[in-house]
Design a protein around this ligand. Structure first.
Ligand code: GTP
Ligand code: MG
Length: 202
């Protein structure tokens, strides 16, 4: 099967979820700081610097909105600020949580949340809490395990089992990716096309 074509452009960055632009269908990328959200957005887009990436955690503080046209659909993708940044102040974390909850609960066009979990070390307790919160609120979520290249081939079967168990999902429901080695990116692009054509629920 040919790799799905995709075109992505940066639309805007917003701080206040109330100021998000119109979209008919949206997918969001969430995960702890440094898990690889921006790297994944770039890999999916086949662009090097569409979303900023950093070795310094906590770089993405705004909701970064991209326009996406992918085989099968079109809409927007949002790179959300990372959670769990140890050096962030209590008030910054509270503000983050409030804004994220507001976005996730109120965003009408939201079709899927890609919840990123570090493939090497995840899920963390915060990842598990976030996943439970998303399910409790009936927000559609797909677990995406990042940095597949960092897991040694011999350790993969066990790691895949552990990660799925920790995230409380079936192994087959976890999408494993490597942004640096381009693992699983075509598959994810195809899934994004599907989500962006999904009719609203209800
Ligand atoms: P914040 O914006 O701070 O929330 O982080 P983020 O989740 O956007 O992470 P980012 O994409 O900036 O990546 C963090 C670090 O992980 C960078 O040093 C990336 O180069 C590295 N990284 C991301 N994806 C991969 C991957 O697939 N493999 C490897 N080996 N490193 C990766
Ligand atoms: Mg980022």
């Amino acid at each position: 099967m040919a790799a799905p074509s995709i075109s992505m452009t940066f639309r805007m960055s917003v701080e206040d979820p109330d100021l998000m632009p119109y979209s008919h269908a949206e997918v969001a990328v969430i995960g702890r700081s440094n898990v690889g959200k921006s790297s994944l957005v770039n890999a999916v887009a086949r662009q090097r610097e569409l979303a900023r990436t950093s070795k310094t955690p906590g770089r993405t503080q705004l909701l970064n909105v991209f326009d996406v046209t992918v085989q099968g659909g079109s809409g927007t993708m949002v790179d959300l600020p990372g959670y769990g940044y140890a050096k962030a102040s209590r008030s910054a974390r509270d503000r983050w949580q409030e804004r994220m909850e507001q976005y996730l609960l109120d965003r009408e066009p939201l079709r899927m949340v890609m919840a990123l979990v570090d493939g090497e070390v995840g899920p963390t307790r915060l990842d598990v809490a976030t996943l439970r919160w998303l399910r409790y609120n009936e927000i559609p979520v797909t677990v995406v395990a990042t940095k597949h290249d960092k897991v040694k081939a011999t350790a993969r079967p066990k790691r895949k089992r552990e990660l799925a168990e920790g995230a409380e999902v079936e192994q087959g429901d976890v999408v494993w990716v490597s942004a640096t080695k381009n693992v699983g990116i075509d598959r994810l692009r195809g899934m994004i096309g599907g989500w962006l054509t999904t009719a609203p629920q209800g």
